[in-house]
Design a protein around this ligand. Structure first.
Ligand SMILES: [Zn+2]
Ligand SMILES: [Zn+2]
Ligand SMILES: [Zn+2]
Ligand SMILES: [Zn+2]
Length: 511
């Protein structure tokens, strides 16, 4: 395994002359770090940091677990939190979002990459022949709800228009700026009165439903292309996908998906339909899919929701012919990167148009429940509103609850069941690998790599030991001020090291 043989030799960041970058420490943080040095708990903290991979908000647990031989009932090992370096068990938070935990989000991105890439090239129990199945990269966008400032490619300004282009509110809908992606203007309406945040919020609220309908429509159109009934489609081909939702600057999501066509016998069996035909069917299905959202209240109108016109469909691979412009690995890396993005909220640099979208979500929820005699409308904007039975049945009842996510209630990355391995299986394989290496170390035996991957990816049934634990939750986060600063600095150094290694690999002469 690559990590086991990795050497840090030559990396600038591992020299004792280069301390961690602890900038902007507060007085309490500095005192906390000095306290760790004074009471000699720094080595224990360093070991714990290493065990949780420099997680920013680890979960603290107290208790014990016994490993039991499933056949004999004998306890073969016992683990006690009191024996741990800091006297407690620390578990990584596992948060997906880069802005919440840089360290855990990197693991999430790496697992997501593995999951998506495995579905394009095989391995880990997925047949290698999936590497010859037609593969598309599809982006479904949100429609326009009014002109917004945006970053253009190349030398193009934001909105070059004739000077005479004036909206009904008397504002010029031109912008000659060359925006930088970090510009707070990007994604903001050019004229706030021309923008429809209510419809944007309703679209986002039903975006998961639009995706669901898209997959149904796609299967229906494929059946029509093959001249078979929708229910008979399974006898001819299987459609598998992995998708990621990505927030755009204007606060609305795009769906990026890798769509693979398999034969009727499952992953890696030959597809009866080439990628080019699938590409046409995807375009038609994306244009056809719609959902009619009911009015929020008596003063509102019904909205027919659709995807934006800019559906992007690329053939990554067609049996043997490859587009060449984009590889499956590149697409997997792209999707993995977007799976860790947040809703675009940076508390240090709030964007007014995102705040406006949040308010629209809360206002619409309040309006939808306004007529309730029990006062649900007044509570609709709360984080956890207590609602009567009638109000709970309203499609907009929980829109206020999802306001911090700008009304998006879907999952950020999903896949069809037989696209690839699962994140759970990858996590289980990592735990097993750690246990096998720990066993090998303890017994002084080399790690037996025969069938290693198959053993790591095997279903739980194959396990011969059980872990029985009793744990209580002690809290979340690091106990001392300054610990988190050290975790963040160490995580940042680990990122630089990973980048340095990738560069080394890229420049290594071929052997
Ligand atoms: Zn974490
Ligand atoms: Zn602009
Ligand atoms: Zn206007
Ligand atoms: Zn009510």
């Amino acid at each position: 395994m690559d990590t086991a043989t990795a050497t840090t030799e030559g990396f600038w960041g591992h020299s004792p002359d280069v301390p961690l970058d602890l900038v902007d420490l507060t007085g309490t943080q500095a005192a906390g770090i000095l306290g760790r040095l004074a009471d000699r708990s720094m080595p224990a903290l360093a070991e714990t940091l290493a065990r949780v991979g420099n997680c920013a908000h680890p979960v603290r647990l107290v208790g014990r677990s016994d490993t039991v031989d499933a056949r004999t009932g004998e306890i073969v090992a016992t683990f006690r939190s009191a024996d741990q370096p800091l006297g407690m068990l620390y578990k990584p938070c596992g948060n997906r979002r880069q802005d919440v935990c840089p360290a855990c989000s990197r693991i999430y991105a790496r697992d997501t990459f593995e999951l998506i890439a495995t579905g394009t090239r095989g391995g880990k129990g997925v047949p290698d022949t999936v590497a010859t199945n037609p593969l598309l990269f599809v982006t479904l966008t949100a429609p326009s709800f009014g002109p917004v400032h945006s970053v253009r490619d190349g030398k193009q300004p934001c909105r070059p228009r004739a000077k005479t282009t004036v909206c009904e509110h008397g504002r010029r809908l031109t912008c000659w700026a060359h925006h930088d992606p970090s510009d707070v203007e990007v994604g903001a309406p050019v004229c706030p009165d021309c923008y429809d945040p209510d419809s944007a919020a309703v679209w986002q609220w039903f975006a998961p439903e639009l995706w669901r309908r898209f997959t149904i429509t796609l299967r229906r159109h494929l059946a029509a292309a093959l001249d078979v009934t929708a229910s008979a489609l399974r006898d001819h081909l299987r459609l598998e996908y992995a998708k990621v939702a990505e927030f755009q600057a204007r606060g609305l999501v795009h769906f990026h998906a890798l769509i693979r066509l398999d034969g009727p016998d499952g992953p890696g069996t030959p597809s009866p339909v080439p990628a080019a035909v699938l590409a046409d069917v995807v375009r038609d299905a994306a244009a056809a899919v719609h959902y009619t959202a009911e009015p929020v209240d008596a003063d509102d109108v019904a909205r027919v929701l659709r995807f934006g016109a800019q559906t992007d469909v690329r053939v990554v691979r067609d049996t043997s012919v490859t587009d060449g412009a984009v590889t499956a690995e590149q697409v997997a890396a792209y999707l993995a990167k977007y799976s860790t993005k947040a809703a675009g909220f940076d508390p240090a640099r709030p964007r007014r148009h995102l705040t406006a979208l949040t308010s629209a979500c809360r206002d619409l929820a309040s309006r939808a429940l306004a007529r309730c005699d029990f006062g649900c409308g007044e509570r609709a904007a709360e984080r956890h509103p207590a609602l009567c039975g009638d109000c709970q049945a309203s499609p907009y009842a929980l829109l206020g609850h999802w306001a911090p996510m700008l009304g998006f209630r879907g999952h950020f990355s999903t896949k069809s069941r037989r696209y690839s391995v699962t994140l759970g299986a990858l996590r289980r394989a990592r735990r097993r690998f750690q246990r096998l290496t720990a066993d090998a170390r303890r017994n002084g035996q080399p790690l037996d790599t025969r069938d290693l991957e198959a053993r790591l990816m095997a279903d739980d049934d194959a396990e011969t030991t059980l872990v029985v634990g009793s744990w209580t939750y002690e809290g979340t986060g690091w106990p001392h001020a300054g610990d988190k600063a050290l975790a963040d600095a160490a995580a940042s150094r680990a990122r630089e090291y990973a980048k340095w290694r990738a560069d080394q690999r890229a420049h290594r002469p071929a052997r």
